[in-house]
Design a protein. Structure first.
Ligand code: CP
Ligand code: NVA
Length: 306
């Protein structure tokens, strides 16, 4: 692994390896065992969009690994005034040991990796959210002990979460069912990847998709950058609110996850959210551990053995 741009680039073994490392780092953190794998290293964190979890978990995670985090708002960087990403990549590669970037277009993340010479981590684009899905898979595996054979159901917008969940779920042997309203389907390249897989189903009926699910996931109907479409989307997503009635189609024991922030009364009811708050906030915590695993894997010294 050289970068974490999207889960499509990773093999099943690479994903499972990251989850195993994340479990180990979580154990070490909880037991006060030092794990300074990024000692002496600096990691830049570029944000072109808002963030609570990604910013704080990356900054804290780098600190816990003995490294130096550097928050780089696009409002302050020259990139915000039009400096090409190709130049930014080549400059930052001479100062830093790694870059996390949250931005709009996946191409910007891919270009950063192509033109720079240090590891690049995708902290969310319009198309993908791989760090979040690694944390989701970690949370699911903690609960069930396995991933293979479980049914993961995503209902809502075919957004960055849907795209990364389909790939991450299928690559780790889960059955993945997805329901979105017409016109809100996942990315074409993701549907292409998934369509030959007998473990993948797609429909426009959330109740049908949820049938016998072990894991139920939803996300905001209007992702960052789509605020202007919010009212239209609330109309178009009628019937997709995850309430008790819809959730009753899943297994009684099903866990419910949400990457946050959650909009009660839209994609999820207050009651379903609070009934599953322990799982949802464990998922949020696991961002820290999963991302530490990604950084250790990408930035550890070649000679270092864990
Ligand atoms: N889930 C997630 O990425 O949260 P933030 O937008 O707060 O980083
Ligand atoms: N789909 C959401 C995820 C937020 C973490 C968005 O892109 O805004």
């Amino acid at each position: 692994m050289k970068h974490l741009l999207k889960l499509l680039d990773l093999s099943q073994d690479e994903i499972i390896g990251l989850l195993d490392l994340a479990d180990q780092l979580k154990y070490e953190k909880k037991h006060g065992i030092a794990h300074p794998h990024l000692q002496g290293k600096s990691v830049g964190l570029i944000f072109q969009k808002s963030s609570t979890r990604t910013r704080v978990s990356f900054e804290t995670g780098i600190y816990q690994l003995g490294g130096q985090p550097m928050f780089l708002s696009s409002r302050d960087l020259q990139i915000g005034r039009g400096e090409p990403v190709q130049d930014t990549a080549r400059v930052l590669s001479r100062y830093l040991d790694g870059i996390m970037i949250r931005t709009f277009d996946q191409k910007e993340v891919d270009d950063l990796a192509e033109y720079g010479s240090i590891p690049v981590i995708n902290g969310l684009t319009d198309q993908y959210h791989p760090c979040q899905v690694l944390a989701d898979l970690m949370t699911i595996r903690e609960r069930y002990g396995v991933l293979e054979g479980l049914k993961l159901c995503y209902i809502g917008d075919g957004d960055n979460m849907a795209n990364s969940l389909i790939v991450g779920g299928l690559k780790t042997g889960m059955k993945v069912s997805v329901a979105t309203p017409e016109g809100y389907e996942p990315l074409e390249e993701v549907m292409e990847f998934a369509k030959e897989n007998p473990d993948f189903t797609f429909c426009n009926d959330p109740a049908k998709a949820l049938k016998d699910a072990d894991v139920v996931i939803t996300d905001t109907w209007a992702s960052m950058g789509m605020e202007d479409e919010k009212e239209k989307r609330i109309r178009d997503f009628a019937g997709y609110t995850l309430d008790d009635e819809l959730l009753s189609n899943a297994k009684d024991s099903a866990m419910v996850l949400h990457c946050l922030p959650a909009y009660r009364g839209q994609e999820i009811t207050e009651k379903v959210f609070e009934d599953h708050a322990d799982e949802i906030f464990e998922e949020a915590e696991n961002r820290l551990h999963a991302q530490k695993a990604v950084m250790v894997e990408l930035m550890k010294d070649k000679a270092e053995t864990l």
